[in-house]
Every structure is written in structure tokens, then in C-alpha cells.
Design a protein around this ligand. Structure first.
Ligand SMILES: O=c1[nH]c(=O)c2nc[nH]c2[nH]1
Ligand SMILES: [Zn+2]
Length: 450
């Protein structure tokens, strides 16, 4: 037995077949005829070659008849990590994509978000988004809620009930000149953020945690940003916000924070750039700003559907990777119209091809690289890679069982295909019909039973 195996707890179940995942060294590692065992705590106890079955069953004390064998056109992959999604914007996903960001916020987003004072409306929308994302393979989601504490706590409860791993943010904003009723006072924002954090932590949900959430610099005063930086530091919490999504927004931040050297400097000055920070977009960051991300360990969430839909910009992913900045993918519902991370994968490939069209020397991202960003990359961007992101022994079993030839599904297989082709077809053509089981921390959460 290798040192990395964990033989100290009982095995709950074992799968045999093809497993694909990413590691630090390789964007796509394919393990054919592998055996993966999950322990009673939902952690990966071993992942070994099929030929080691006898030895493994003795060491770990499971019966060979307990093993579930995958079919030839099936494989397991790690769960998808959505590093940026507005649960509260799901009701208008697929509409309202006809304006640039700042106008879009005023015309559509703020009026809808203000409805989350109504807990029954919140329950309806939040139940739908959690169910929809889970069915589409999002095992971890980093959510924006709204400014309402009760509704934000409800989102945490719903994610916990359905078994999704989630970071949940009560949105903070004490500046809004356009939709005047959708903002808080500095004092309320601070007090309600503390209450939200305290009450969510007291629930002791194993997979759901609070994230400090200044909406973005233009909707926060310097005083609020300062307070939120303090709160995050004192409680060792995650932080999320938006940065450098559009040129117009960058210009506005310059006007609102003239003392700062850059947009990134605004967040840095207020202690909001840490190794537990994820910032959405970053389309227009300079190399100096990317260097600040690298220095502080803060990460970016690439949201290509939103960037195209609101005509915001195209993130140069190669440049982000060159600066060794942690990077995940996000759907950014509802600036992005799809709640599926498979869509985010496809749009990320498209965005990369746009850059190649503009400059043929730009090396297009491969599907393997985008697969890594959508799984392991996302877990690193959220500083959750000690728990999820790939099939390393000791991590939680967050996984999707994919049947590429699912009956009635969107993919026709003409002949037997290699696992690499099966993955590529699934990423480009697949949908929730191909995702036959979803596991989070070893618990089967899809099919949804209730
Ligand atoms: O895509 C976005 N969606 C939002 O809700 C938002 N708020 C600030 N900046 C934003 N960008
Ligand atoms: Zn967003």
C-alpha cells in the first residue's frame, strides 16, 4: 500500500472504471480501469489500478461484490466549480442582455435584487438555482445573494439541504445613486454582515460557509470597504467582489477613488486582496495589477458568457496564467445567461479563439486546459483545493458520473471511443442528461430525490 492511501476508516463504496482529472503537473490525467474507494466520511480512501483489487480489498476490508463497474462509455470526472454566480439574478437569466454593465445594473439587476426582501420569492428562486446548478454538475458554487440577511441565510440553508458545497455572500453596498432604495447605510451594512456571518457559522453546515461580499468598488464607500476588510481579517473569511469588467467601470473607479493607483490598489488598500479573495472578470487589468494579485494570492474568476453578453471585454487567460494568478471559471448568472458550467467551458474556449483570431500568435487554450480551470483551477481560486478539485487521496469525493451515450441525450456515439474523446465530446456537446450521478463529499446529491 502506498503511503498516500488511507486505510483507517471503513469504505462506503468503490467504483471501477475510467477516471479523468487534472493535477498540478498535467491538465488531463486519464486513469483507465481504476478503482476508487470512498470512506464513511466521504473522502477518497484510494485510487489505484484495477489489477490491485485483491490487495486493496484485503487492506480496506471491502467485498469485491460491493464494487460498481462503469460501462465502456462512462467515466468519472471531478465536480465543476462555479467561482462566481449571482443566485439572486436567476429569475431573469436568458433575458435583459441588451445593455452595458452599469446601465444593466440600474435597469434590471437592482430592481430584481430588491425583491429578495420577500422570503417566499427568495425561497423559490434559490431552490431553483441550487437544483439547476447541481443537476448540471456544479458541486461547488461561490454565490452572491442580495443585501438582505434573512434571504442570504436562506440560500445557505437551501444549498446545505440539497448537499451543495457553497460559499454564500450577503451583498454589501452603501452607494447607489440610481435605484435609491437598493442600498444600505454604512452602519447597517457592517452590522448585518456581522450578523450574517455569525448566524451562518452557528448553523455548522459542513459544506456551506460565508464569504465577505462588497458588490464592487463603485457601490461601496471607502469606509465600508475598510470595515469589510477588517471583518474578513478578524474572522479569517473568504472575500469576493468584481474588478475591471468594463472600461467605463474602470474610469468610474478612478473618479471615485482618485487617491488609488489602480482599481486593484483600491481593494489592496482596504485589505480586501488576500489568498482567500476571488475577484470576478479582470478583463482590463494591467500587468502591474496582475502582479499584485500574484503577490497577495488573490484569484480571478473568468466569466466569458457574461463578458460576451454585456460586451464587457475578453480576458487574456494566457497572460493571467503567465503571471501565475490563480484562475477559475464562473457562469456569472445573469450577466451570463447560462447556469451551466459546461456553457462556461465552451465560452472560455470561444473567448480564447477570439484572441487567436485577433492575433494568430495567441496560443488558443486547449479543452484540457479549460477542463483544469473549471475543476482544479476553481478549487484553487476559492482556496478549497485541500478539500476538492481532483481525485487525490484524502480529498472529498466531489464527482460527476458521466454517461456519454445516455439514452435520449445529446450525443451520438458512432463507435467505441477513447476516454479523451469521450471527455471532449461531453465538454462540447453534453448536458445534464449525460450527468447521471453527482456526488458531493461522498453523498449522492443527483438524481435529486425529493
Ligand atoms: O457581472 C456583474 N454582475 C453584477 O451583478 C455586478 N455588480 C457589480 N458588478 C457586476 N458585474
Ligand atoms: Zn458578477
Amino acid at each position: 500500500m502506498a503511503n498516500s492511501d488511507r486505510a483507517d476508516t471503513a469504505i462506503a463504496f468503490v467504483y471501477r472504471g475510467t477516471f479523468v482529472h487534472s493535477t498540478q503537473q498535467t491538465a488531463l490525467q486519464i486513469l483507465k480501469d481504476a478503482l476508487l474507494g470512498v470512506d464513511a466520511q466521504g473522502k477518497i480512501a484510494f485510487i489505484r489500478e484495477g489489477k490491485e483489487l485483491e490487495k486493496l480489498s484485503q487492506t480496506f476490508g471491502f467485498k469485491t461484490s460491493d464494487i460498481t463497474q462503469l460501462a465502456q462509455h462512462e467515466f468519472f470526472m471531478p465536480g465543476l466549480v462555479d467561482t462566481h454566480i449571482h443566485a439572486s439574478q436567476y429569475s431573469y437569466a436568458g433575458t435583459a442582455l441588451d445593455m452595458p454593465l452599469l446601465q444593466w445594473l440600474n435597469a434590471y439587476t437592482f430592481p430584481v435584487e430588491s425583491c429578495f426582501k420577500d422570503l417566499e420569492f427568495a425561497r423559490k428562486v434559490y431552490t431553483q438555482i441550487v437544483r439547476r446548478t447541481l443537476r448540471n454538475g456544479t458541486t461547488t458554487a461561490c454565490y452572491f445573494a442580495t443585501i438582505h440577511t434573512e434571504a442570504s441565510l436562506l440560500l445557505g440553508q437551501i444549498a446545505n439541504d440539497f448537499g451543495q458545497r457553497a460559499l454564500v455572500g450577503k451583498v454589501c453596498m452603501d452607494r447607489n445613486d440610481c435605484v435609491k432604495h437598493y442600498k444600505e447605510t454604512l452602519q447597517d451594512s457592517q452590522d448585518e454582515t456581522c450578523r450574517f456571518i455569525k448566524e451562518l457559522l452557528e448553523k455548522k453546515y459542513p459544506l456551506v460557509k460565508p464569504v465577505v461580499t462588497p458588490r464592487f468598488a463603485p457601490s461601496c464607500t471607502g469606509a465600508l470597504l475598510e470595515q469589510l476588510g477588517e471583518i474578513a481579517k478578524n474572522n479569517n473569511l473568504h472575500i469576493q467582489s468584481h474588478i475591471s469588467e468594463t472600461h467605463e467601470e474602470v474610469k468610474l473607479v478612478k473618479e471615485l477613488f482618485p487617491e488609488s493607483e489602480s482599481y486593484t490598489d483600491v481593494y489592496r488598500k482596504h485589505n480586501l486582496l488576500t489568498d482567500k479573495t476571488v475577484m470576478a472578470h479582470g478583463c482590463h487589468l494591467s500587468d502591474e495589477e496582475l502582479a499584485l494579485f500574484r503577490e497577495t494570492g488573490a484569484s480571478l474568476s473568468h466569466c466569458p458568457n457574461s463578458n460576451f453578453s454585456l460586451c464587457s471585454g475578453v480576458l487574456n487567460v494566457r497572460n493571467v496564467l503567465k503571471h501565475k494568478v490563480k484562475l477559475g471559471l464562473g457562469t456569472d448568472v445573469a450577466g451570463g445567461y447560462s447556469a451551466s458550467m459546461l456553457d462556461a467551458v465552451r465560452r472560455a474556449l470561444d473567448a480564447s479563439k477570439v484572441l487567436t483570431i485577433q492575433d494568430p500568435k495567441y496560443k488558443t487554450l486547449s479543452f484540457e486546459e479549460v477542463f483544469r480551470i473549471a475543476t482544479l483551477g476553481g478549487s484553487q481560486a476559492l482556496s478549497l483545493d485541500d478539500q476538492t478539485g481532483n481525485f487525490e487521496v484524502g480529498k472529498d469525493f466531489d464527482a460527476l458520473r458521466i454517461n456519454v451515450a445516455a439514452e435520449g441525450g445529446p450525443i451520438d456515439l458512432i463507435q467505441d471511443e477513447e476516454p479523451k474523446i469521450l471527455l471532449e465530446k461531453f465538454l462540447n456537446l453534453g448536458d445534464d442528461r449525460n450527468i447521471v450521478e453527482v456526488f458531493v463529499a461522498g453523498r449522492r446529491v443527483v438524481p435529486i430525490t425529493e
